[in-house]
Write a protein that binds this ligand. Structure first.
Ligand SMILES: [Cu+2]
Length: 131
């Protein structure tokens, strides 16, 4: 009887540890959304994105975007990438300057940190870019 109890608590502990590791790895509490239609400025596409809290739909204005990559995965061209420059965020809108090699549907992969949240937020928005 005692050994069964010990085994049960060991399983509970292991489960708890795995759950914690998962929670710290990635956050599903937020999502990135495309704002408007990308437009050209000085022959580069400006893509505007909002970060939204899934729970209440509110925009998160003070996240730190630390990773931004663009590829043509949505058009079946995973290996075609484009330079992305992060522009200053304004009023809850995060802007990115993308210099695509060709027009079409591009994926913008983003990673961010939200103030007071230890988890990393990762998300992808698809945008139709012109050239
Ligand atoms: Cu392409």
């Amino acid at each position: 009887m005692i050994s069964i109890r010990i085994l049960a608590s060991a399983v509970a502990l292991a489960g708890g540890a795995a759950f914690t590791a998962h929670v710290q790895a990635k956050s599903d509490d937020y999502r990135f959304e495309l704002v408007g239609t990308p437009h050209l400025t000085a022959r580069k596409d400006i893509v505007q994105v909002r970060l939204v809290s899934v729970a209440d739909g509110k925009a998160v204005p003070d996240a730190v975007i630390f990773e931004s990559k663009a590829d043509m995965g949505p058009a079946g061209m995973d290996t075609m990438t484009a330079p992305v420059k992060v522009l200053p965020a304004k009023g809850g809108i995060y802007s990115f300057e993308v210099d695509p090699g060709m027009a079409g549907t591009w994926a913008l992969h983003l990673a961010a940190k939200v103030q007071g949240d230890p988890d990393t937020v990762r998300g992808t928005v698809n945008a139709d870019l012109v050239k």
